[in-house]
Design a protein around this ligand. Structure first.
Ligand SMILES: Nc1ncnc2c1ncn2[C@@H]1O[C@H](COP(=O)(O)OP(=O)(O)O)[C@@H](O)[C@H]1O
Ligand SMILES: [Mg+2]
Length: 282
């Protein structure tokens, strides 16, 4: 059974924009799943359905097989299980200091001061923001705000963590650290859903990839199942990961067919190239 599922979700904004058109999307427990799509494809709109911030025009959200109900009890339940880190941290951070911001969620669900303090310290440490406890969030850089927003959700210890473009605005080292953190959380059992248009990062961490275009999921599968369909990727205004593109150019321009399916990561390319070089030597 899926831990979370969007079934036939359609959503209209008040100006009539149909941002989601009969979306089906599901995630198995313990996986890291990416939602890949260009700007305006509908990623943020879909994510805001996962804990009931948006109520769909049609369709339903199932969490652990249970239909999300849009009443106080149902929403509270959904928000304890599903934590969403917004695309823009300014939409999330509001308290006068970093520590008060991170403490807000745990206090709100009735945790003790002591337990809250522990969670605040631990979450800030995990995102690399210890030492910033007393700072006002609006004095932080964009990337730092993003990390504090993530700490705020981490402190709630949700079963499912949904992150809307978690690496955008981070420097390269910050982005790698972020992925490492998500990987660690996933290893401890947290289910993770990430939206992005960064095709180079997706194959590094995703168990499954969903491609969204014009408010519809047009492909779902493993990174290879998705990126092997080059026409679909380009049709969605995305591109192959750089390393796959290099191998595509070598095949098309230089007649070097190195593998049946283009490698998506440096690690895969390295293996394929070493095999190819050995073969040539014999
Ligand atoms: N508040 C809004 N009012 C009207 N249209 C909106 C609003 N927010 C987003 N949209 C439109 O909905 C579509 C999906 O947007 P969004 O979910 O933000 O895409 P993404 O996160 O993939 O960039 C886009 O066409 C966007 O212009
Ligand atoms: Mg978005």
């Amino acid at each position: 059974m899926s831990i979370i599922e969007a079934k036939n979700i359609t959503y209209l904004y008040s100006d009539g924009t149909k941002a989601l058109d009969n979306i089906n999307f599901k995630v198995e427990k313990g996986q890291i799943v990416s939602l890949l799509g260009k700007n305006g494809a509908g990623k943020s709109t879909l994510f805001l359905h996962f804990n009931g911030i948006f109520e769909p025009e049609n369709g339903e959200i199932l969490i652990d097989g249970e239909k999300l109900e849009y009443n106080k009890k149902g929403l509270l339940k959904a928000r304890q299980k599903v934590g969403i880190v917004f695309q823009n941290p300014d939409d999330q951070l509001f308290a006068p200091t970093v520590e008060e911001d991170v403490a807000f969620g745990p206090l709100n669900i009735g945790l003790s001061q002591e337990e809250t303090k522990k969670r605040v310290t631990d979450s800030l440490k995990r995102v690399g923001m210890e030492g910033y406890e007393k700072k006002p969030p609006h004095h932080l850089s964009g990337g730092q705000k993003k990390k504090v927003a993530i700490a705020g959700i981490l402190a709630m210890n949700p079963e499912i963590m949904v992150l809307d473009e978690p690496t955008s605005g981070l420097d390269p080292k910050g982005a790698s650290k972020m992925l490492k953190l998500l990987y660690e959380l996933n290893n401890k059992g947290m289910t993770i859903i990430i939206s992005t248009h960064d095709v180079d990062l997706v194959p590094l961490y995703s168990d499954k990839v969903n491609v969204i275009k014009n408010g519809t999921i047009i492909k779902e599968g493993t990174p290879h199942e998705v990126f092997d369909d080059i026409n679909l990727i380009r049709d969605a205004d995305l591109r192959l990961p750089r390393v796959a593109h290099l191998l595509e150019v070598l095949e098309k321009e230089d007649n070097l067919k190195i593998s049946d399916s283009y490698p998506l990561t440096i690690g895969e390319a390295r293996k394929d190239l070493l095999k190819y070089i050995d073969k040539e030597k014999i």
